[in-house]
Ligand binder design. Structure first.
Ligand code: PMP
Length: 455
């Protein structure tokens, strides 16, 4: 549970110093937070917003790859709202589309033609013919699970240790000392009965979990990008997973909410995956709320109502604002004119430069760490090799160091990705942004080790 090669006392004293500076230089954010505490738990609109931030800043505006806080600080944003703003702040295409839609009606509880365009485009990118829309990735996952349960007549969900798919009941089940356990309070005590959790990259464990033939769906990110850094699949893992799911009659679903940043069609297209379901959310509508799930014909058939004549066969899906025309207009603008092949190529090039810069800083400081490489996203494993499962990842996890890095970067105009994720270069980012991150990052490593360049 600590980074390799680092003096923990030094990390602690740097943390204290950076925290003091961060607070002192943000008097307006601090005052707003004090006022906000009286009307909102934790003084923020979503209590969780503080979990990662020693001092949450209040924001005024964003443009491109940067945002400003109420104290006038400019940040290069490498969190990009946990990838939901991968297209950057206020992209003109989305601003235009949304402005037009706001002026002509945002919601009718009836379809707009844009929804067809978006479904067709997602079908082209992900190779799955039929799509449904929600307002978030969590809701897309919730509905995908429900459709799989209806189709298979089974209840259980198979997830991988280290997963994140949202905060709905099943997705809160995690492994604690090898046993399934709910993460956090407020959950039904029997939630663990509905879920199995096995280590990522472990096909034997997958086979054993599917063997009772009671698993409706296996849901995973193609590479785990949440909570514990980056865990890439080993060779043959996805082929094996496909074969095991097919043999067991289990639906295979990939959650590409984060991983789509590697290219059009995400890892599904890039790695030639063959899912029955793909779920998406966050940045697909340029920051306007939208979730989506695509599926094979056989699963889509479960949702067809026409011809059944009654609602007894209906699967409980949907929400009043799901798939609304505003979200659809934003998604059409985003997919049609922002998330192009060129945009993905540009962010991948910046991501490679970022990873090279991080690795060079690590090497200059002679630390036994390794940079992540995942398209536009990088980051650091505080150990010599990338972990392939959550247990290995937990061993080098270092909360204090992660918080110190966030404060250090924040004090130097860089907003770091949330803990467990890594810095990502957004579509409007440029080479100067990469340099800004790497310079600040290298400065911290030099300060921690007295080696490398000081920043
Ligand atoms: N799936 C993945 C892979 C995610 O990373 C997240 C959010 N971090 C979600 C689903 C849930 O997204 P949301 O909170 O927007 O519903």
């Amino acid at each position: 549970m600590a980074a390799e090669g680092i003096d923990t006392a030094k990390v602690r004293s740097l943390y204290e110093r950076e925290l003091e500076t961060f607070r002192r230089e943000r008097p307006r954010s601090t005052a707003l937070r004090e006022r906000a505490r009286r009307s909102m738990p934790n003084g923020v609109p979503m209590a969780w917003m503080v979990s990662d931030n020693d001092v949450p800043v209040f924001v005024t505006e964003g443009k491109g790859s940067h945002f400003r806080d109420v104290d006038g600080h400019d940040y290069l944003d490498t969190n990009i709202a946990d990838t939901s703003m991968f297209c950057g702040y206020a992209p003109p295409q989305v601003v235009d589309a949304v402005t037009r839609r706001v002026a002509t009606g945002t919601q009718f509880l009836l379809p707009s033609e844009d929804s067809i365009w978006v479904a067709e485009e997602l079908a082209r990118r992900y190779g799955l013919p039929r799509w449904q829309f929600t307002l978030s990735a969590s809701q897309a996952n919730t509905e995908a699970i429900r459709v799989a349960r209806a189709a298979t007549g089974r209840e259980k969900v198979l997830l991988f240790d280290g997963h994140y798919h949202g905060h709905f009941d099943e997705a809160t089940v995690t492994l604690d000392s090898g046993e399934a356990a709910p993460f956090g309070r407020g959950l039904p005590h029997d939630v663990t009965d509905r879920v199995r959790v096995v280590p990522f990259n472990d096909l034997d464990a997958v086979r054993a979990a599917l063997a009772p033939r009671d698993v409706a769906i296996v849901l995973t990110e193609p590479a785990l990008t949440n909570n514990l850094g980056l865990q890439l699949p080993v060779d043959g893992f996805h082929e094996g997973l496909r074969a095991e799911a097919r043999a067991a009659g289990t639906v295979l679903a990939y959650d590409e909410t984060h991983t789509h940043i590697v290219g059009p069609g995400g890892c599904t297209a890039r790695w030639g995956l063959e899912p029955d379901v793909v779920t998406l959310g966050k940045s697909i509508a340029g920051g306007i709320p939208l979730g989506a799930y695509g599926m094979v014909e056989a699963l889509a058939g479960e949702l067809e109502l026409e011809g059944t004549g009654h609602h007894a066969s209906e699967i409980a899906t949907g929400g009043t604002l799901f798939g609304n025309p505003l979200s659809m207009a934003a998604a059409r603008a985003t997919l049609g004119s922002i998330l192009s092949d060129e945009a993905y190529a540009h962010t991948a090039r910046l991501g490679t430069r970022l990873a090279d810069g991080i690795q060079a800083a690590i090497d200059a400081a002679a630390l036994p760490w390794v940079a992540h490489r995942f398209g536009p996203r990088s980051g650091t494993t505080f150990a010599p090799a990338l972990p392939r499962d959550a247990e290995t990842s937990r061993r080098s996890w270092d909360d204090r160091l992660t918080r110190t890095l966030r404060l250090w970067l924040g004090n130097r105009g860089v907003w770091e990705a949330i803990a467990g994720a890594g810095p990502t270069m957004s579509v409007p980012a440029d080479d100067d942004d990469v340099d800004r991150y790497v310079d600040a990052y290298a400065g911290l490593l030099a300060a921690l080790t007295d080696r490398g360049s000081s920043g």
